[in-house]
Write a protein that binds this ligand. Structure first.
Ligand code: FAD
Length: 469
């Protein structure tokens, strides 16, 4: 079989924003890819983000024949643009068992992939300004421990001098923190490529620059996929398409309520000192990078473009919008027109929008990220000399209850969805990929999948928001 190195077309070779003052930053680690389309496999995975590659790895390790089709580059969208936090703390309690399993899997991921994913169990803490905030985290911790007996020793509340090792040299006193010493961080630009390469060593075909235009159905069941490079016969398809999943589902008449928000990030050049624990605080989120710099963002503000789906799904998203109201900024711009026209660019026999937009590369709100860096430097003087190496942004796909869909689609036998990770799918990716492999293979699921079923949005059930706070 002829091999090529995954190299996106020139237009997407550098999927990150560059400006005159910001030099080209790290690119995704390379992935050796397959140039030849297999004629038939058991399972086709649509999307090579963290969810798709983890599903491919766990399926391939079970001897299932897999082809993973990625329209752009492995990890090119959300999975390389995130903060790299692998956390159990602060999760919606429905996700907690899967988050704990993911942490266990991350711990063995470098060995499993025989590569560097950047995973380090360096701890994560949420710093609290006042007693009210601390009480919320105490409530979350109590609820988490009630829900999962095994969670007893994973997270704790810190106050007073116990905070010092977590926030060394902080110029201000925090009321306390929710801290999980074993939660960790991984490198988004390394992890998905490393896992894809491992899946390939286990026999999965990894196809980049290979958009899936749609499903091929026979008597209503999955019989294959139509890609831009030809057809692959299969009896099972897993859609792990991130922000594109709703559009893909619409070609099958399946309604997946999903919207997108834009979040901006910066990374600094390497710098000595500063916190090793990843920290969330008013005004900033920060985590140490493997290259010695920091990834920093203001996680309290995200942009929501008003698009046709904003109106379609308005009432479904109303509860979560009310909850997140203070952190959302709305704008109407060219994305409205772009998304309006997407529906007309979906046909199996000609290039689709999936080929036209190889990598979603939204414009970052640099002022927001620079503000976060300033807030960090005020709290941690060690970062006062930090210089910005790169800015970027990502479009986060969200569901109405901010919990993913990991589920078969009852109306299309053979079709599964694993998407809607609502801004926290990187850390939970390994567990989610394992759960996908269980559902597809009919094995005992590693975690209860009932909270993740698609039908929760279809059967008129009340949207459940369960942050656990
Ligand atoms: C700024 C930011 C910060 C974040 N921070 C964190 C964090 O610290 N921790 C955390 O856990 N999560 C975080 N997240 C969320 C996390 O990145 C996502 O939840 C996760 O990466 C989603 O993975 P995915 O595989 O579902 O989607 P993606 O990574 O978006 O991958 C989907 C892939 O599918 C491909 N695709 C779509 N349609 C087709 C098609 N028709 N044919 C072929 N390919 C297709 C796309 O090209 C894409 O590569 C953050 C996200 C952002 C943007």
């Amino acid at each position: 079989m002829a091999l090529t190195f995954s190299r996106a077309p020139d237009s997407i070779a550098a999927p990150f924003i560059r400006t005159a003052s910001v030099p080209l930053g790290p690119v995704l680690d390379p992935v050796e890819c397959d140039s030849k389309l297999p004629q038939r496999v058991d399972v086709v995975i649509v999307g090579g983000g963290i969810i798709g590659v983890c599903a491919a790895l766990f399926l391939a390790r079970r001897g299932v024949s897999v082809a993973l089709c990625e329209k752009g580059a492995i990890g090119g969208e959300q999975s390389s643009r995130n903060w790299g936090w692998c956390r159990t703390i602060g999760r919606d309690l429905r996700e907690l068992p899967l988050a704990m399993e993911s942490l266990r899997l991350w711990g063995g991921m470098n060995a499993l992939t025989e590569a560097e994913t950047g995973f380090r169990p360096a701890g994560i803490a949420y710093l609290c300004d006042d007693a009210k905030e601390l009480a919320q985290y105490e409530t979350w911790l109590g609820n988490a421990q009630d829900r999962c007996r095994d969670y007893q020793h994973i997270a704790r509340i810190l106050t007073g001098s116990a905070l010092d090792p977590v926030a060394p040299g902080a110029t201000r006193r925090y009321a306390g923190a929710l801290h999980a010493p074993g939660d960790g961080r991984a490198e988004p630009q390394k992890a998905a490529p490393a896992i894809a390469s491992a899946a390939r060593r286990h026999g999965a075909a990894i196809l980049t620059g290979c958009a899936v235009r749609g499903l091929d159905l026979a008597a209503g069941q999955v019989a294959g996929v139509v890609t831009e490079r030809g057809r692959i016969a299969c009896s099972t398809v897993v859609l792990a398409g991130g922000a594109w999943s709703r559009l893909f589902c619409s070609t099958l008449g399946v309604t997946l309520p999903q919207l997108k928000v834009r979040s901006s990030v910066l990374r600094t050049n390497p710098i000595a000192g500063g916190p090793e624990t990843a920290l969330w605080a008013t005004g900033f989120g920060i985590r140490r990078r493997l290259d010695g710099g920091f990834t920093i963002a203001n996680g309290h503000t995200t942009w929501a473009d008003i698009v046709p789906d904003s109106f379609r799904f308005f009432f479904r998203f109303l509860p979560v919008m009310k909850m997140e109201w203070t952190s959302l900024r709305f704008r109407i711009g060219k994305r409205f027109v772009e998304e309006w026209s997407e529906q007309s660019q979906l046909a199996p026999d000609r290039p689709t929008v999936f080929e036209r937009v190889r990598v979603l590369d939204p414009e970052p709100d640099t002022a927001l990220s620079v503000g976060a860096l300033a807030a960090v430097a005020k709290t941690f003087p060690a970062l006062q000399g930090a210089t910005v190496a790169q800015h970027w942004a990502g479009l986060i796909d969200v569901t109405p209850d901010a919990v993913p869909v990991i589920s078969p689609v009852d109306s299309v036998p053979g079709f599964f969805i694993a998407t809607g990770f609502s801004g926290h799918g990187f850390g939970i990716g390994p567990g989610a990929g394992r759960l996908v492999a269980d559902l597809v293979s009919g094995d005992t699921p590693v975690a209860d999948p009932s909270s993740f079923r698609l039908s929760r949005f279809l059967d008129g059930s009340r949207i459940q928001l369960e942050s656990g706070f």
